[in-house]
Design a protein around this ligand. Structure first.
Ligand code: ABN
Length: 176
């Protein structure tokens, strides 16, 4: 390894004679500043971040149980079953009776009265089963009880899925 040591010793001495300490520092400084300026403008992959890190806000995704309108919904989501947030899938009909809940909309900070209608006339959809029970009450208060087949008053009682339509805002009672 002697040749290795003497090779690098010779190279270091040559460099020391050719480059002053000041110019060596200047070169290092230029390299550091150049890196700091160039790195932020290099392209980087935002898709990977979306896929791995930043989660989608499920409170605004009507196919997720955490969607804000589903705070008192117990059933299969019609948005996963060929329907929309407020209309039944083709081939089914909306229940004649319903239950209601009050859900907080995180987008405007207001509370809304939500009507949960079952869609009737086809067998269980089987996709996106959700069960949130905010403000839900036992069966003796039927209008706010969600664990019931609300297709009971329709011609065909088969339950398929549930929609969540906004009825109006739920303003707090005025002080007297
Ligand atoms: N309202 C949804 C539902 C239907 C059948 C049974 C339980 C709950």
């Amino acid at each position: 390894m002697k040749w290795f040591d003497s090779f690098f010793e010779q190279k270091t001495r040559m460099a020391a004679q050719g480059i002053s300490r000041r110019s060596a520092l200047a070169r290092i400084g230029r390299a550091v500043v150049g890196t700091a300026l160039v790195l932020p403008i290099l392209p980087f992959d935002r898709v990977a971040r979306e896929a791995h890190g930043a989660p989608k806000d499920k409170r605004n995704d009507d196919t997720a149980c955490e969607y804000w309108r589903y705070c008192a919904l117990d059933g299969w989501l019609c948005t996963c079953c060929g329907g929309t947030i407020s209309s039944c899938p083709p081939g089914t009909e909306v229940s004649k009776v319903t239950w209601v809940g009050t859900c907080h909309n995180p987008n405007d900070g207001r509370d809304y009265l939500i009507s949960y209608n079952d869609c009737c006339g086809a067998t269980s959809c089987g996709r996106c089963l959700c069960n949130f029970n905010e403000g839900e009450r036992p069966g003796y208060r039927m209008g706010v009880h969600n664990d019931v087949n609300w297709c009971m008053a329709n011609g065909n009682n088969n339950y398929h899925c549930t929609v969540a339509a906004v009825v109006g805002t739920a303003e707090s009672p005025r002080a007297r």
